[in-house]
Design a binder for this molecule. Sequence first.
Ligand code: ADP
Ligand code: ZN
Length: 430
Amino acid sequence: MFWDQEAETMGRGGLEQLQLRRLKATVRRVYERVPFYRQKFAEAGLQPRHITSLADARRLPLTTSADLREQYPRGLVAVDATELARLHTSSGTTGKPKGLFFSRKDVDRAAELMARCLVMAGLGPGGILQNMMTYGMFTGALVMHYGAEKVGLLVIPSGPGNSEKQLLLMQDFGTTAIHTTPSYALYFADYLEKKGIDPRRELSLRQGFIGAEPYSEETRRKIEQGLGIDVYNSYGLSEMNGPGVAFECAEKHGLHIWEDFFLVEIVDPRTGEPLPDGERGELVLTTLCREAMPILRYRTRDITSILPQPCPCGRTHRRLNRITGRTDDMLIVRGSNIYPQQIERVLMDIPAVGRNYVILLEGLDELTVTVELAGAGFGGQVEKLVRLQTEITDKLRAEIMVKPKVELVAAGTLPVSEGKARRVIDKRSL
Ligand code: ADP
Ligand code: ZN
């Protein structure tokens, strides 16, 4: 099933021609209307007419998250004030926020891409989507909301948190799909288990669109088992509309990224130099259809690679591998490079491990991983607990080359956040 079959299955040649046409128009637009880009072009001795092929894109300046903050509030706007339709902001973790503007067409196109994603995951009229992301300045909920309405779904704008209310809505209105983060999905699965509710028999859930944070295949399986749903990985970022940038099809092997809207590159995060297809690096995206705020070569800091093989589903837009984290997620512990994702994968693959954990770094590189036990735990059987503790410690050491201290706690005792989980606490005095 397709939302826009022609666009989604366009031959690569035609797609690339379209990309080039749109790239040229975008380059002209920012050159003429955005002083920030005009200056960057001048510094690089570059003019719009120098861009004659897609390969020339690599001559364009890279845009960083710091650039977006420096241009706050309106520095990157490329339309008249009367053409602006919506403002979102992204706070990130430090410093000034980023101001992200949409024109009316931008709002509609973001919804259009989201619609492709939802139909790709098998949704259509009659579907009932409970949107458990945060509504507000964050793009996560609204872009999904508009896309879902376009597809003809009934949308329940429940927002995040309050599991009791979420459950009631599901029971009373027969929710068939949810949109939430992996951490909340896991938490909610725990909640159902505690209440003794079997989602397969008592709820109508079929699909989950799970994203906004990195998670592993092991976590996908845990969510699918816990909620009795099919989980589709959903990737997006506020700078590029929010959700709907890349999404899994029924193959669930990589996320199709909509290349008629985004020019995709993978670069070496250290040098910014382009890497060939298949190699892992930092995802860099250029908007090809944005009116209000086009962005050239945005360094997402997200680590992934391109899967170049054609997809059996028939879509020609290439797939990204599961995003494994951000370039700035890497922790250096006793000389080893560790990604939190490695720890997550090991933990979620151990059945006795529950659905939440915290990574704490303190003092001189002391690493403690606190792990919730699954469901009922072991009813105080110390011997079994010690065995599990040793198993987790050994498996983690084998994966990250550092021996952590492992602490086990009862299910439901670690804090859960409504938005994105904060799983790494770094208190080192380095
Ligand atoms: P913030 O930058 O404040 O976290 P965003 O909502 O723009 O706000 O977050 C986008 C980021 O979230 C992405 O750049 C990426 O790091 C992460 N993200 C979103 N979806 C996924 C996903 N499916 N897998 C991994 N990471 C994701
Ligand atoms: Zn596919």
